[in-house]
Write a protein that binds this ligand. Structure first.
Ligand code: FEO
Ligand code: CA
Ligand code: CA
Ligand code: CA
Length: 589
């Protein structure tokens, strides 16, 4: 078909789904199935999922919990490939019955360590265009957990800020935490953002540096690791720096299950949502990154070296380069910006901006900050140069078709002083900014405009869809992850619709060109209390993939709110009576 974005994937938008529906809803003519679920074994030696019989050893070889970033990377044959997925965190209240037994809680703590991190899983199918199945004992199958050894790279590796009693060199970190979104590089590695790492540490918010990453002091955490693993107790003098070893972009090579994953200090430390790489015209690679916190910043990293035909050299591109933070300027007088989202008199929320360098030639250019301080205490360095406070930057991704960069700003209850880039007081529904690099992707100037002001247009009069008629769009709230199809249409997955517009979260397609620009159309909705993550759009094959995160999260073990995706009874011989976060694929029935 010649319609925009419909190559193999023409669909009629679904009707909005109420937030309490425990079903995955796809368009008429489509069906879905899980590829892999929490607890599915990666190896033939691994026990099958057993809700009542979970062990740390089994979980370390089973698919992890709370899937977020996803990619489905086909090999050249198109009949084999690899699935990579992040496991952001765990929901103890629906994984286990309540307990106060110290030994049992410690045992569960080790299960939580094994359930988080990442999974790499071989996939296969009999014919190109068919749905995929995962491969038990696949050559590339691998779990990365909170005990897997990572190498720190870049200027802050080996510095005093990242040394601990267990790692006096400051170069080797056990594990990755809070892995949220990510990106796949042109050289075939997977990037992942360490986001809410602070919640795993008991720590004292004593110094300005500690406070900027976690406002309050804590003595205990939901995983309880600090009770028996000293590195999670940052009050312990040997481990005050352990939190400084999280909050990075990590890079893993899914093709080599023996490779050591890395954390790139040159890309800065904050609550990284993810990173998406674009190759600039000059051959340097540029990674766009959001810091997901209310009133935090948008960043980019520009590599020192150029991409080449050597995969081995490309594997080091993100270890050396410069870090920038965005400052936006509007072109409409502030008096015209109402603070509720109404358009200014020039008809657009738009303007220009600059990328302010935090390092140049790999060295700090922030007065009063050493290079190591810029890269470990990046938020404070960005504060010092006057970056623009944003409404929670989540995924930031360049279009592979136009090179324009799309910034998902999910919401911001703390938005008081509005500006033209963040124009909605108490921004409940979030918005999406379209950014155009005006000096190339490695340059320092850009133009921008707001593409979408999200919300339900029936109840939020200032909702805006790039000028497309509001009465024709699907209601959308709290944009989180973004992706593109082969024609350059933007796809947005959401996290927060239930509490803001009373609807289930979902996945939406938005054409960016022509008369359909801004026509938001809902493709799927996720089950009760779930968030839609990791969209992958293989439109030429008619396949759409998402990760369904935290289904039924507000339930308890004895009163589960979701039974996705198996909808079993829990009776002997039947499937477990509990939700299982999972990666699903939707396709034409
Ligand atoms: Fe884990 Fe910013 O979402
Ligand atoms: Ca304007
Ligand atoms: Ca996210
Ligand atoms: Ca989110």
């Amino acid at each position: 078909s010649g319609k925009p974005g419909t190559a193999g994937l023409s669909f009629g938008p679904i009707s909005p789904v109420p937030a309490d529906v425990d079903a995955l809803t796809v368009p008429d003519g489509f069906t879905w199935q899980p590829i892999i679920r929490w607890g599915d074994p990666l190896f033939s030696r691994t026990p099958a999922f057993d809700l009542a019989g979970q062990t740390p050893e089994a979980q370390a070889e089973q698919f992890g919990y709370n899937s977020d970033y996803l990619d489905i990377v086909a090999d050249p044959s198109g009949k084999t490939g690899v699935l990579v997925n992040n496991h952001e965190y765990v929901n103890p209240n629906i994984m286990f019955p309540a307990s106060t037994d110290a030994a049992e809680l410690r045992r569960r703590g080790d299960i939580y360590k094994a359930a988080q991190g990442m999974s790499v899983v071989d996939i296969r199918r009999s014919k190109v265009g068919q749905p995929w199945s995962y491969v038990v004992d696949g050559r590339r199958n691998r779990r990365i957990t909170v005990e897997t050894v990572f190498e720190l790279t870049g200027p802050a590796a080996g510095s005093d800020l990242v040394k601990t009693a267990a790692d006096p060199e400051g170069r080797w970190v056990h594990g990755t935490l809070g892995n949220c979104s990510g990106g796949t590089t042109p050289w075939g590695t997977i990037l992942s953002g360490e986001e809410n790492f602070n919640g795993y540490f008991a720590w004292a918010a004593d110094t300005a540096e500690q406070k900027r990453y976690s406002a309050t002091s804590t003595t205990s955490t939901s995983t309880g690791w600090e009770a028996y693993d000293p590195r999670f107790d940052a009050h312990n003098p040997g481990y005050v720096n352990e939190p400084n070893r999280f909050g990075y972009i990590v890079e893993i090579d899914p093709q080599d299950p023996t490779s050591t994953p890395r954390k790139h200090t040159a890309m800065g430390r904050f609550k990284h949502e993810g990173a998406n790489v674009h190759v600039a015209a000059d051959g340097r690679v540029v990674a766009y990154m959001g810091d997901d916190e209310r009133n935090d910043y948008l960043y980019k990293f520009v590599s020192k070296n150029r991409i080449s035909g050597s995969r081995k050299k490309n594997l080091n591109l993100l270890s050396e380069g410069d870090l920038y933070v965005a400052k936006f300027t509007g072109n409409s007088p502030l008096a015209e910006i109402t603070g509720t989202g109404a358009l200014p008199s020039d008809g657009a929320f738009d303007g220009t901006g600059v990328w302010i360098p935090l390092t140049q030639g790999g060295q700090s250019v922030v007065p009063g900050f050493s290079t190591e301080q810029v890269l470990v205490y990046t938020r404070l360095a960005a504060d010092a140069v006057g970056a623009t406070k944003m409404d929670r930057p989540e995924d930031v991704q360049p279009s592979p078709v136009t090179g324009k960069v799309y910034v998902a700003l999910t919401n911001n209850s703390k938005r008081t002083a509005v500006d033209e880039t963040n124009p909605v007081t108490g921004n409940r529904y979030g918005h999406v900014v379209e950014l155009t690099e005006t000096a190339g992707h490695s340059g320092t100037t850009f133009g921008w405009s707001i593409l979408l002001l999200c919300g339900d247009p029936a109840t939020f009069e200032n909702a805006y869809f790039a000028g497309f008629p509001k009465e024709l769009v699907s209601p959308i709230s709290c944009p989180d992850n973004v992706a593109f199809d082969s024609e350059g249409n933007l796809w947005i997955s959401t996290d927060g619709a239930p509490s803001t517009i009373g609807l289930a979260d979902g996945l939406f397609k938005v054409p960016l060109a022509g008369s359909e620009r801004g026509h938001v159309q809902q493709f799927l909705a996720v089950p009760r209390e779930a968030e839609t993550c990791g969209p992958v759009i293989h439109d030429r094959e008619g396949l759409v993939f998402v990760a369904v995160q935290h289904p039924g999260e507000d339930g308890t073990f004895d009163a589960q709110h979701s039974l996705f995706p198996d909808y079993g009874s829990g009776a002997p011989g039947d499937v477990p009576n509990a939700p299982r976060p999972a990666v699903i694929q939707a396709y034409r029935a």
